[in-house]
Design a protein around this ligand. Structure first.
Ligand code: TYD
Length: 202
């Protein structure tokens, strides 16, 4: 049993999860929580391999790509997430299992199977904040930040399929947040959702 809380922030590229995670971490720390902020893909060997692939636009077969993300997560859980939870820390991760379900599902793998495998193998999140945004709006945000797009993942047709899987996910631990609008407006939605789902947090 975990003694800490595992909260994941997930959604399409450009959905705002990273910004909201940083704000939420500040609030949690101010309230006295011992917070681990972390992300996937990680900075480990699998994560670096994934980023190099994403930047180059290289295509690896879907099964192989899945294996890279799952290896990366296995290392992440073993080295960082599980020890932090065992120590009672509050873990905030930018992407987690549902990214694999949605993105590798959109590559043509069976997302129901990916979800079942993920839930069997990795710690279940206490809550996933799933930020919902139109794929084109997410891509526009990435462009506005001046970041280069990662051609392996950030392409509207593919992201539309990813969004369809995210929309279909039935997990009770998901809280959906509308990601459109200003950072402050989205943060207000995050606060309201957390008060409802985890009223003892603050
Ligand atoms: P991203 O969150 O954009 O990482 P960073 O901003 O650090 O580069 O993640 C990179 C891409 O990887 C993103 O388009 C989603 C994709 N991805 C998957 O396809 N499967 C996964 O399991 C994860 C964690 C990410």
């Amino acid at each position: 049993m975990n003694s800490g809380l595992l909260l994941a922030f997930d959604g399409l590229d450009g959905c705002g999860k990273t910004t909201q995670l940083a704000r939420f971490a500040l609030r949690l720390r101010a309230a006295g929580h011992d917070v681990l902020e972390t992300h996937e893909p990680t900075e480990g060997v699998w994560g670096r391999r994934i980023r190099a692939m994403a930047r180059s636009g290289e295509r690896v077969p879907a099964d192989e790509e899945l294996r890279w993300f799952v290896e990366d997560r296995a290392e992440h859980v073993e080295r960082e997430i599980a020890p932090a939870l065992a120590a009672g820390r509050t873990v905030l991760t930018d992407r987690y299992t549902l990214s694999t379900v949605a993105y590798q599902g959109a590559r043509g793998l069976d997302w129901r199977e990916l979800l079942a495998d993920a839930e069997a193998r990795f710690p279940l999140p206490d809550l996933v904040l799933l930020f919902e945004i139109e794929p084109a709006a997410g891509m526009a945000r990435i462009r506005a930040r001046g970041e280069p797009l990662e051609p392996s993942f950030e392409e509207t047709g593919f992201l539309t399929r990813v969004a369809q899987v995210f929309a279909a996910l039935p997990c009770s631990y998901i809280e959906r947040i509308a990601g459109a609008g200003s950072v402050d407006r989205v943060e207000a939605r995050v606060r309201a959702a957390l008060e409802r789902r985890l009223p003892d947090l603050f």
